[in-house]
Ligand binder design. Structure first.
Ligand code: S5P
Length: 277
């Protein structure tokens, strides 16, 4: 197993210059959690209640702000207050995919003004490196970080092979802003002939995680925290329905599930960093 995967989250802070990457690693180390919760509900009340319930157990909260049917900018203020109260990083899962000029506007403006409040966002590499230039023109001065979708969790995903390798090359060429990947395994060394890159430490955030289910009826595929963190070398498990289930009002159950995933993720990480070669 390679060196970065054996380092602790705390040790890896020094491998990064981007403030959002440092903040995430510091938070993981401080709170002893590699759990991120994806809060995909449509009512602001449920959205905020779930975040308040899982807050103590997570390093990061992932949002799809555009699915809130009663969105009002005050929800963002409440989200930020919860982020301070519970000490977690905010990741708006916007999956930008357009030309540089358009994504810069989508990121900075509109109803949601994502760059104002989201420490981290993500983009599909499909338009090529110009998508990074567009987003970094807005996000870099604000200390934000970007994840590239190098792979996806869904059955039949097209982000494989040379597409994935090219995504990693794009990231290596833009280390100041690109802090890592949405992927199903570590991208360390991907596409390299030998270890010709000095610092290939990127963060890998991984959705498609579930302890009780193998997938859903719409192509989602789940693996366990152990498979993701220990066997595939990813850093953060992203869990949505596995934690809040079908009923977002069952706060005690949500807390229990968050604790359960947090423990599974942290145990897999501890096994990873203590593993003998
Ligand atoms: O490949 C991916 C990338 C992402 S960001 N597969 C995913 O499922 N996601 C997101 O992770 C997806 O948009 C959703 O918000 C979350 C998974 O939710 P769950 O309820 O299936 O755990």
């Amino acid at each position: 197993m390679s060196s970065f995967l054996r380092q602790t989250y705390g040790q890896r802070i020094q491998n990064h210059t981007n403030p959002a990457a440092k903040l995430l690693l510091e938070t993981m180390e401080r709170k002893k959690t590699n759990l991120a919760v994806s809060v995909d509900v449509v009512k602001s009340k449920d959205f905020l209640a779930i975040i308040d319930a899982v807050g103590p157990f997570v390093c990061l909260v992932k949002t799809h702000i555009d699915i809130l049917e009663d969105f009002d900018y005050s929800t963002i203020q409440r989200l930020q207050d919860l982020s301070v109260k519970h000490d977690f990083v905010i990741f708006e899962d916007r999956k930008f995919a357009d030309i540089g000029n358009t994504v810069a506007l989508q990121y900075s403006s509109g109803v949601h003004k994502i760059a104002n409040w989201s420490h981290i966002t993500n983009a599909h590499p499909v338009p090529g490196p110009s998508i990074i230039s567009g987003l970094s023109s807005v996000g870099l001065p604000l200390g934000r970080g970007l994840l590239l979708l190098a792979e996806m969790s869904t059955r039949g995903a097209l982000a494989t092979g040379s597409y994935t390798e090219d995504a990693v090359r794009m990231a290596r060429a833009n280390r100041d802003f690109v802090i890592g990947f949405i992927a199903q395994r570590t991208m360390e060394g991907v596409g390299l002939q030998s270890h010709s890159v000095d610092n290939d430490d990127f963060l890998t955030l991984t959705p498609g995680v579930g302890l009780d289910s193998k997938g859903d009826a719409m192509g989602q595929q789940y693996r366990t925290p152990r498979q993701v963190i220990l066997e595939s070398g990813c850093d953060v498990i992203i869990v949505g329905r596995g934690i809040y289930g079908k009923d977002p009002s069952l706060v005690d159950e949500i807390k229990l599930q968050a604790q359960r995933y947090r423990e599974a993720g942290w145990q897999a990480y501890q096994e990873r960093i203590s593993a003998h070669v």
